[in-house]
Design a protein around this ligand. Structure first.
Ligand SMILES: Cc1cc2nc3c(=O)[nH]c(=O)nc-3n(C[C@H](O)[C@H](O)[C@H](O)COP(=O)(O)OP(=O)(O)OC[C@H]3O[C@@H](n4cnc5c(N)ncnc54)[C@H](O)[C@@H]3O)c2cc1C
Length: 393
């Protein structure tokens, strides 16, 4: 019962149905293997490219689907229900498309969007750096310096999702000698495989293992002039809500997967001496009822965000975005944990998906804005105080 697919046009609904089918028939059966092997879900991306879904956020004029925010979150939640790592990485890819729409030149948009549509290009969004927090003012210290008509990129990044799966790395750097962030912040699009890019195999985590979010080191990597995206500092002040919009959808997907597994489990579980399944026990019904309410809360906040994004003041967007991100990620963790309790000892088995859902859900709590930060931000705005999700220095 219930999903994020109300109020969609027939055309968008067609894409949602396609994503749901792919996720159920292809991604879900592969999810355990991807998690165990902690590798990029290449075959899922081949399916996404073949179906056209890889172009979800690429505008129609470039041959993409051009999904609105509600369609985007609905589809992303379906993808994530089957494989959370595919969903989370897909959000990074789509976030880059969204940033390019806001800052890239018309020629760059044509070039890179056509690459997604025609060649299945996959983008990675590489921002985080060791020693720099996403909480207050993010300090970008990967350096970029002039080199003839182009540039040289040097520095270390961490948490680089799609490290081994992307065809291009959308990276944040700081121009040597710049006086301030407005002059110095350069976003560059570096093709994978370019000389000097080192992927450090350090992504051995509890959850979201298929995101392959390894550390990366750029050793004096050549950047061509056309690979600097937009103007210096161009991204500052732009709308970066796609990151959190996507996270909400990913974790709704995990919560729904855990919920459906539990419904199925209680309906078919009968212990010796029972005439009917445990679904007929009031104790179980109350637990399922609680799960249904947690998920509904999170869905409503996400749906609201999907419907209103683009029509809100910055402060209104910050308020509902932090609410939705918090509710969705907490719901995913709660549903997976409650599911394990519901299933008892068996809930811990690796042959059951709940322990994987719980491990994947843990990532949602700390990804930016981390949930304690969401509470702080929502509290500030509720009190009429100024709040910012992210700033740069
Ligand atoms: C699965 C996954 C995938 C990711 N993929 C990407 C990706 O593709 N691209 C990318 O760029 N990044 C990615 N990230 C990284 C993510 O965006 C964040 O950068 C990262 O999670 C930040 O968390 P952190 O624990 O390093 O630091 P934080 O959570 O920022 O900080 C750790 C601790 O220090 C405290 N702290 C921080 N600053 C202060 C302060 N000023 N005062 C007091 N205490 C402070 C915090 O409260 C917290 O307790 C990914 C992360 C995960 C988990």
């Amino acid at each position: 019962m219930g999903s994020l697919d109300t109020q969609l046009s027939p055309e968008n609904q067609k894409w949602v149905d396609l994503a749901e089918k792919l996720s159920r028939e292809k991604f879900a059966p592969r999810a355990k293997m991807i998690d165990e092997e902690a590798r990029f879900p290449t075959e899922n991306y081949e399916d996404l490219a073949e179906s056209g879904l890889l172009t979800l956020s690429v505008p129609k004029e470039f041959g993409g689907i051009g999904a609105d925010s509600l369609t985007y979150v609905t589809i992303l939640s379906k993808i994530s229900k089957g494989c959370a790592s595919t969903g989370l990485t897909f959000n990074m890819h789509s976030a880059v498309v969204d940033f390019m729409l806001q800052i890239a030149s018309p020629e760059q948009q044509e070039h890179y969007f056509r690459a997604v549509v025609e060649d299945g290009a996959i983008f990675s969004s590489i921002t985080s750096e060791p020693g720099s927090s996403f909480r207050d003012q993010l300090a970008i210290r990967t350096s970029i310096k002039k080199d003839g008509d182009g540039y040289r990129l040097d520095g270390r990044k961490h948490f680089c999702s799609l490290s081994t799966g992307a065809t291009h790395y959308f990276t944040w750097s700081y121009l040597d000698g710049a006086r301030n962030i407005q002059e110095g912040l350069l976003n560059v699009m570096v093709p994978a495989g370019r000389e000097g890019i080192e992927i450090i195999d350090d992504w051995d985590t509890v959850g979201m293992r298929g995101t392959v979010s390894n550390s990366m080191h750029f050793h004096n990597v050549r950047v061509e002039p056309g690979e600097v995206i937009g103007e210096p500092g161009g991204i500052l002040g732009k709308d970066m809500s796609i990151w959190s919009l996507g996270y909400t959808a990913v974790y709704i997907g995990i919560a729904e997967a855990a919920y459906e597994f539990c419904i199925d489990y209680v309906k078919k579980t009968k212990f010796r001496g029972m005439e009917k399944s445990i679904a007929h026990s009031e104790r179980i019904q109350a637990q399922i009822g609680e799960m249904a309410m947690l998920i509904e809360n999170a869905r409503r906040a996400t749906e609201k965000l999907g419907m209103l994004r683009g029509n809100l003041s910055k402060m209104e967007l910050t308020f509902i975005l932090n609410q939705a991100k918090y509710l969705a990620t907490e719901a995913a963790k709660e549903l997976a944990e409650r599911g394990i309790r519901l299933c008892g000892g068996q809930g811990l088995l690796r042959s059951f998906p709940l322990e994987r859902h719980l491990r994947d859900a843990m990532a949602g709590l700390v990804m930016p804005p981390a949930n304690d930060r969401c509470l702080e931000t929502v509290g500030k705005i509720a009190l009429g105080l100024e709040a910012k999700t992210l700033d740069f220095k």
